[in-house]
Each structure stands twice: as C-alpha cells, then as structure tokens.
Design a protein around this ligand. Sequence first.
Ligand code: NOJ
Length: 546
Amino acid sequence: MTQASRDWWRDAVIYQVYIRSFADGNGDGEGDIAGLRARLPYLRDLGIDALWINPWYPSPLNDGGYDVADFRDIDPRFGDLAQAKELLDEAHGLGLKVLLDIVPNHSSWDHQWFKEALAAGPGSPERARYIFRDGRGPDGALPPNNWRSVFGGPAWERVTDPDGTPGQWYFHIFDVSQPDFDWENPEVRAEFLDILRFWFDLGVDGFRIDVAHGMVKNMNGPDLPYDESGLLDRPSIADHPFFDRDGVHEIYRGWREVADSYDPPKLYVAEAWVEPAERLARYLRDDELHSAFNFDYLKSAWTAADLRRSIDDSVSTLASVGAPATWVLENHDVERVVTRYGREVTASGTGHAGKAKGEVDVELGTRRARAAALLMLALPGGAYVYQGQELGLPEVLDLPEESLQDPVWERSGHTERGRDGCRVPLPWATSGSSYGFGSGGSWLPQPDGWGELSVEAADGEPASMLSLYRDALRLRRSIPSVEPLAWIDATAEDVLAFQRGRGFACVVNLGAAPVELPAHREVILASGPLDSDSRLPADTAVWLAV
Ligand code: NOJ
C-alpha cells in the first residue's frame, strides 16, 4: 500500500448517509441497509470516495439513533450484522470506503449497563459507569447543579430506586434518555477500545466521533451563567466543565493506537463544535484524530469576507498540525443550505436547524448553493456532502407538529421545531409511493412536489443540482490535490478567486452585480449561466483553466 493510498482521506469527499431516510428496502417506511445496498451504484456514479453512515445500532430512536442501546449490533429495523458485512464488501468492491458513527459520550437508557446501574443502587460499580450524584437540599430533591441539557431543560434527571423512593440524579448533556458515561472509569475506556476493534475487524474503515469534545468532565465545576442554551452550542466560556477539556486528548491517543494497528490504518473524524481553530487543531495532532468537520465554515455567512476569513483560518491553523482542512455545508443537525442561503441572514449562529425564522427565497438559495458547491469542492482538503444536498433539497419547514420526532421539540417546550426538516426521506422517483423511497410510505411526511427534486427528475438533466455535483466530483479529481490555495487579487470586493497550481482557478461572485472574469483559457464548469464568456453573474461560481 503506497503512502498516497494510505492518505486517501486527506482530500476525500465523504457522503453522509442518514440511514433512516436514505432508501427503504423492506417497505416499512424507514430506510435500511437493504435500501442502501441497492443504491450503492448511485453513490459510486456520483463520484464520492467514502460513506459515513449515521448510527444504525439498536436504539429506541429518541434522538435519531444517537441513543445507542447496544454498540455491537444493528437495529432490526435497519438490518443485521450479516447484511452490514455484505454492505461493506459491496462498497469496497465499488471502491468506496465506509465510516460508521461512534457515540462515546453517552448511551441510551435502554443500554444494559444503564439498566444494571439503576438496579444496583448508589455506590455500586454498575452506577460508576455513568454519572450519578446525590441531589441538593434536605431530601436531595434539587439537582446537583444548574447545568442544562443542550436540548433544553436540566441536564440532570432523578431516578426512582427499586423500592419506589426518589433516589440519585444522573447527568445527561442531551436527552433524558441519553445518560452520560463516566470517562474517568477505566472500564468505560476499555469498553470503547473493544467496540472500535469489533467494527474495524468487520471491515469498517473508520469512525465519525459524536460529540468528540465531550466525554471528559469536571463534575465539581461551578454553576454556569446561562442566557439561552442552544443545541450543539460551542462552549462559550473558558474551562467549560463538560466540553473541550484537555483530558479528552489522552483518550484519542489510545484510540489512534488502535487505528494504526490495522493495515491500512483506520480513520477518525471529529464532530467537535469548538473554537477558535487552534482548539480544533489540538484534536488533529499527529497521534490523535485525523480530521474534523469545519463548523466554522458551515456557519459562515454567504459573503466573501466571512468565507475568506474562515478558509484562511482553517487552512493555516490545521496546517500547523499537519492536518488537511475540510469543508461542510450541511448535515443532519443543521438547516439545509438551499434554505439557509435563501434567507436574509445567511450566517448560522449556532449551526442549529429549526431555530431560524423569516422568509426564504428558495430560488436565490439554490443559486447560491450551486455556487457554494463549486467553491467547497475546489478548496484544498476534504469535503462532506449530506444526502439530498446533491439534489438541492430545501429544509422542510412545515412538517406537521404531530410528526415532529426530534427531542428538541418537546424539551424546548414546543418553541423550537428541531432538526426533522433536514431528515425527510429522499425522493428517488418523480411519483409513486413515497417518491421511490420505499413501498411503504415514509416515517416523516414528504412535501408535495418532492418528486420534482428526485434523482429520477434530475438524472441526465444538464441544469440539475445532481448534474452539477456529478460533474464537479468528476472534474475535481484533476485539480492538483497537492497544490495549495493561492488567492488571486479579485477585481471586486465581493469576489473570491483563487488558483490551485498553475492551471486551475475558481472564481465566485458573492456580490449583487456581474464581474469580469480573470484571464483564462477555458471555463471548465459553471454553477449557472454566464452573461458572456468573461462576465460572472451574481451568486455564481466558475472553475477555469488558466
Ligand atoms: C451530535 C449529533 O450529530 C446529533 O444528531 C445528536 O443529537 C448529538 N450529537 C447527541 O448525540
């Protein structure tokens, strides 16, 4: 194996499969492994390098599967281990790598360990795998401190002891059904090393690590000064008691040893909402994780100044630890980019879907999302594409309230709709049962007209988002990946223009008026029609041979 093929991930495009909403093979209204296997040729033809599959473990799905009841199995609604093995073999046969999602900060309350913890009582080794504390006040009736769940409400829940009396409290950063593990406990550490090996031995190529900046906590930390607690908010105070604590790095050094014991080595991608970029870079040191989502980029406004700052920051800071930058516009937690870029405010404060209000111009958002795709895919490093992004799906903003499943909806007292709007099952066909998603409907309702955005409608249609992604992913392979980004002095303030090597340039017009293109030999790809050969309209990007 050459160094270049060991380093495949450095400029890879990784496609995110939200399995419950991707494709339904057995007609029960939920996506599954069978559906995904049937669509692998679609993914190969799209031109991506790898898949990242959201959690598929047994789970009550209180938080879309991020509440894991058994880390070494697959939920029957998605398939079984034998099917998973077949999926891995088939994907590898098509030249696609496969990453899973590991959720080390917490389990489901349906996990065997948590059931044992409740049954065993205070002070037991079973309780020591989680974070149980006595309450405050005379009867212990008050939570141990004022910390809040990022889904809303307190981060503590009181249990009822087996004899029916009120007992201790357990800590949960997320939903009440997601108790946090105690990572000070060596048994928890050993358990996760074993889980990693379990999946690596099955053939999985790596993991996306959920809440990679969680796990290590200072449970003696002070009460926190809350104003409004936002979902997945980055730590906004120094020395946060449960996010981005220095102790987490030692865990990753151990995980890296496991990854490197395989040939080829396995890969880790951090989901870490930390800032500034220097803090993120610490996760990507040589002996820790390989790569991380660039949420600073995702949250940036659609302005040349914001994006350029984010690009420069990311590239230079990550280079200081030898890690490539990555680029991401969407995932299953944030508002779809077609919608976000169609709003008056295009920056995303917390990155959180379901919060933004106000008018959306989907046509404008789509034009910008097309330009943003060419920008992202021309930048040096890796990129992520969330399922349906390649179809230009908008956020579904009007899901009926009774269909909402994100725990954010309940925990926010029905003030935030949560993230279901970006999780609506994919349209594969122009018509028919759930627009080709499956034969038995879809677990979240699809809006009318969803079929017009389907793969069938977009396929072979030169002006479709799908054709743009296919062309860009194919042509991207000829952009010299070793060449760094070199900014070209742009003619206008609202323009981003850069070269990658001597022959390739990308120019994006984020302003309101058309601009002159720099000298070039040929337009390789354009996100929208050009005024003439040398003028780039507003909200349009081009790849040029120069
Ligand atoms: C981040 C995941 O992306 C999100 O969907 C989940 O709710 C939280 N982590 C908790 O696991």
